[in-house]
Design a protein around this ligand. Structure first.
Ligand code: DGL
Length: 250
């Protein structure tokens, strides 16, 4: 069984890719919606929530855990890996390396939550892969909760306004480094225009899971939330087009 968690619906973008690549796998998705957004919490708070989510997924039978959340991966991946040596973990990290390979102007922006930039991972990645280019950390506060509540409907104008200074300064590559923003992929492309490449790592992360995890099973997906299960089922319908029954865990 493969478990995934996020603060909410963002990780569904990774789940969608995994489902396409591993149609027979049994998946269990935990949305920690009672504690969202992670992107405004301290690193220690996100670590504590990540430990708890991991524990709940393992308790339900997960042998691989996908941290389908950049904020939680940046804060806690090393820690949960160390505390659960029998479990395989896959996390997310800002795709600075692929961005460095495609930029022509040498100006790249990473879109993520404020807490993702507080962790050391971002600076380490820029140190490793950002030689000779400018990598701009561009927090997008409020976006994750807006996606929970209904974006991309109505998102174009505020997204365009938030990104316009980057585009005007010559940024030609935008990295999606918060899984919630994957659902804004089309909006980002339209807001930035055709000269800008938008990089979404969701598919690459799912591919990484196929290399590590056992994809056999009955093809079932279980949806858990610490929030309201009916609201979550409605969000899954809106974002993935699937009718599901979600279960509340405390
Ligand atoms: N989806 C999460 C991420 O990838 C965090 C969103 C939030 O809860 O702030 O960073």
């Amino acid at each position: 069984m493969i478990g995934l968690f996020d603060s909410g619906v963002g990780g569904l973008a990774v789940l969608r890719e995994m489902r396409a690549m591993l149609p027979e796998a049994d998946l269990i998705y935990l949305a920690d919606q009672a504690h969202a957004p992670y992107g405004r919490k301290t690193l220690d708070e996100v670590r504590a929530r990540s430990e708890e989510a991991t524990r709940r997924l393992i308790e339900r039978g997960a042998t691989t855990v996908v941290i389908a959340c950049n904020t939680a991966s940046a804060a806690a991946l090393g820690r949960v890996r160390a505390s659960h040596p029998g479990v395989s973990f896959v996390g997310m990290e800002p795709a600075v390396k692929p961005a460095a390979a495609v930029t022509k102007t040498g100006r790249v922006a990473v879109l993520a939550t404020p807490t993702t930039f507080d962790a050391s991972v971002f600076d380490e990645l820029v140190g490793r892969h950002g030689a000779g280019i400018t990598v701009i950390a561009h927090p997008c506060p409020g976006w994750a909760m807006a996606v929970e509540e209904g974006w991309p409907v109505g998102a174009l104008a505020p997204v365009r306004a938030h990104l316009a200074p980057l585009v005007e300064s010559g940024v030609d590559t935008m990295v999606i480094a918060c899984t919630h923003y994957s659902f804004l992929g089309d909006v980002l492309a339209e807001a930035c225009g055709p000269a800008v490449t938008v990089i979404d790592p969701a598919e690459a992360v799912a591919r990484q899971v196929t290399r590590l995890a056992d994809g056999s099973g009955s093809g079932a997906t279980t949806y858990l939330t610490t929030g309201d299960p009916e609201t979550f089922a409605g969000q899954v319908l809106r974002l993935l087009g699937e009718h599901v029954v979600a279960e509340r865990i405390l």
